[in-house]
Design a protein around this ligand. Sequence first.
Ligand SMILES: CC(C)(COP(=O)(O)OP(=O)(O)OC[C@H]1O[C@@H](n2cnc3c(N)ncnc32)[C@H](O)[C@@H]1OP(=O)(O)O)[C@@H](O)C(=O)NCCC(=O)NCCS
Length: 336
Amino acid sequence: MSNVYAWGTGIARRAASGAILDVFFPCPVLRPAPELAAELLQRFPRGTSETTATALQELLAHLPETLATSLAPLTDSRTTLLTVLLTEDGPITDTAEAYLKLHLLSHRLTPPNSQNLDGIFAALPTVAWTSEGPVLAEELSGCLLRARLEGRHLDVHSVDKFPRMVNYVVPPGVRIADASRVRLGAYLGDGTTVMHEGQVNFNSGTLGPNMVEGRISQGVILGADTDLGGGASTMGTLSGGGTIKVSLGRNCLIGANAGTGIPLGDRCTIEAGLYITASTPVTLIDETGEVVRVVKARELAGGSDMLFVRNGRTGQVECRTNRRAIALNEALHANN
Ligand SMILES: CC(C)(COP(=O)(O)OP(=O)(O)OC[C@H]1O[C@@H](n2cnc3c(N)ncnc32)[C@H](O)[C@@H]1OP(=O)(O)O)[C@@H](O)C(=O)NCCC(=O)NCCS
């Protein structure tokens, strides 16, 4: 067992005030092998430290070529080489640690909900992500003014704590129609397609293959061959009192504009437009079409083979056995 939890050496960009805005880790490492871990512990202090190119030269054998060759152009005074060495998966204490943990997720080294992300919001500054890179939100108006005076157009893509994932990591085998809708820290499994309506938060994602045309909230995971229909929603736990972590098993379909606030097992379908919350009264219908009883949806949490519909005649939410195997569109799932 390695006595180092994670290691990353990356390129940090700083604000005019000196604050770290972001860090790009080309090759983060989770639980390095004991030999490398011992060497790292000898060379670097625990936590975040500035790294010289010389220190890195001695580690070249362990570094990806991309990082090794990128050492030369580090002449910009706002760019710093940083090393983060974490001996354990503790709460996040600074910006670089937060970026390392987000990279571990997007590189598929750690699945969602497996890391300690306490402190992440406090550690990440609010940044204006512009066509010329990150700018501290407070420094933006000065940058906009300077750009105009110099005849340049500065495009501001977002003002947020989290940048778009693809500017740091593009995991193999994924398609993302609108890059702005997938935050760094998203975990996208092989064969995942995120369409324009799809949205994936940090510490959430898909195990692949999946079709995502709806919102995957923080902490939510979709199993293989599960689809989120257009505008569908998975309920998060960050605000609004929802406390049950939602996850979906394999071969589920959350219909267009539908949603769920309870976790579901395998082969479950929610009718288009129907939102199941934990307290929704659900009428259980047996194979013969008879009413069995009415339960709160939370009692069905984690169950498999369920079909949820809002009865077109009575308006009641019903749960039937999902008899039909969901014929997912093979062409869509081919991810090409
Ligand atoms: C829920 C849904 C899958 C049901 O489709 P279906 O073809 O009726 O499915 P089934 O035949 O398996 O339905 C099972 C039973 O429930 C009944 N049922 C389905 N929806 C019902 C409703 N709203 N009210 C009452 N009964 C309903 C069916 O009539 C059937 O009953 P039966 O066995 O007595 O004939 C479909 O309406 C749906 O919403 N699909 C989502 C598609 C989607 O949004 N895809 C993403 C696109 S981006």
